[in-house]
Design a protein around this ligand. Sequence first.
Ligand SMILES: NC(=O)c1ccc[n+]([C@@H]2O[C@H](COP(=O)([O-])OP(=O)(O)OC[C@H]3O[C@@H](n4cnc5c(N)ncnc54)[C@H](OP(=O)(O)O)[C@@H]3O)[C@@H](O)[C@H]2O)c1
Length: 307
Amino acid sequence: MPSPSSNTGEHSHRFGGVTDEKRIAVVTGASAGIGEAIARRLAERGWWCVLVARREDRLRTLADEIGGEVELCDVADREAVDALAGRILARHPAVHLLVNNAGIPARGNFLKIDLDRVRRVIEVNYLGGVWCTRALMPGLEAAAKEGGAHVVNLVSVAGTAAFAPAGAYAASKHAQLAFSRSLAAALRGSGIRVHTVLPGFVETEGFPQKGVLSSPLLGRFVIQPPRVAKAVVDAVEKGKTEVTVPWFPYRLISIAQAVMPRVVGRFSGMSDYRPGSIPMSYEPDPEDSARSLSRPTHSAKSGSTSE
Ligand SMILES: NC(=O)c1ccc[n+]([C@@H]2O[C@H](COP(=O)([O-])OP(=O)(O)OC[C@H]3O[C@@H](n4cnc5c(N)ncnc54)[C@H](OP(=O)(O)O)[C@@H]3O)[C@@H](O)[C@H]2O)c1
């Protein structure tokens, strides 16, 4: 457990028991699932996390447990992201790690899915990462001068292979993958390394998998968030550029999509989510809409911020 002062900004970090300069990680989508698991693992490894999402109660509970700061933001809202970056950079001029993890599903094929959802999934999954990266670039550059900075983009195997029952989601992840690879190339030699992590099916609150996939074959390859978190931290620590987790069978699916698109297309159309497990005419995720409508543009006021 962190000390009571651990979320006030008066902190240092330990690597292998030795107190070191503090290393700042900004993790988006830290209130649940994979992002929460990443924040936990980073904290274990001595990082100080700025936890970003829209659900304050969740973030605050996590910050109380692992240390760190709470920031409320809808990453799809560019102005809100600029304001978020302003607050973070005022406290931490150097940001050593940005994890673009915030994301939403978009289940239902392109013929059935609500068109607002098609737009929203692009705004959150793809553009959210672009806005965060651009807005925090001064902090990443400052950290690069101190010895190195990292950006991790949580993409998906759906960024390399199109799964028809979640077509709009796959499209958002294809865009995000292109962003991640282009960014890596653009930042070559800058001291800022970009890591792309491509998980397969992961059981989380936002993406329930077990029991909703009608294919028993796919159901066998569902993993849990800590496994992805380990892959993320390993990618940063070991300098891996692109990681598929788990490698089997998902890397093979990505390769098959590239070299045998017709075969994969046939397979992709064969599987689906169980009837009734997804809304077919989205009032796109009422909870997601409600959280976004409140559009918080300020850091959480009490307790766990470094204010
Ligand atoms: N689960 C899978 O099978 C799987 C597989 C491959 C890749 N991924 C990717 O992994 C990432 C995390 O997914 P997950 O499975 O952990 O989902 P999750 O459990 O639903 O968590 C999603 C996180 O993103 C946040 N978020 C959603 N919309 C946001 C917005 N507009 N602004 C700020 N934060 C937002 C949520 O927090 P608030 O609601 O509090 O804002 C939550 O913390 C996503 O990018 C997803 O595409 C997931």
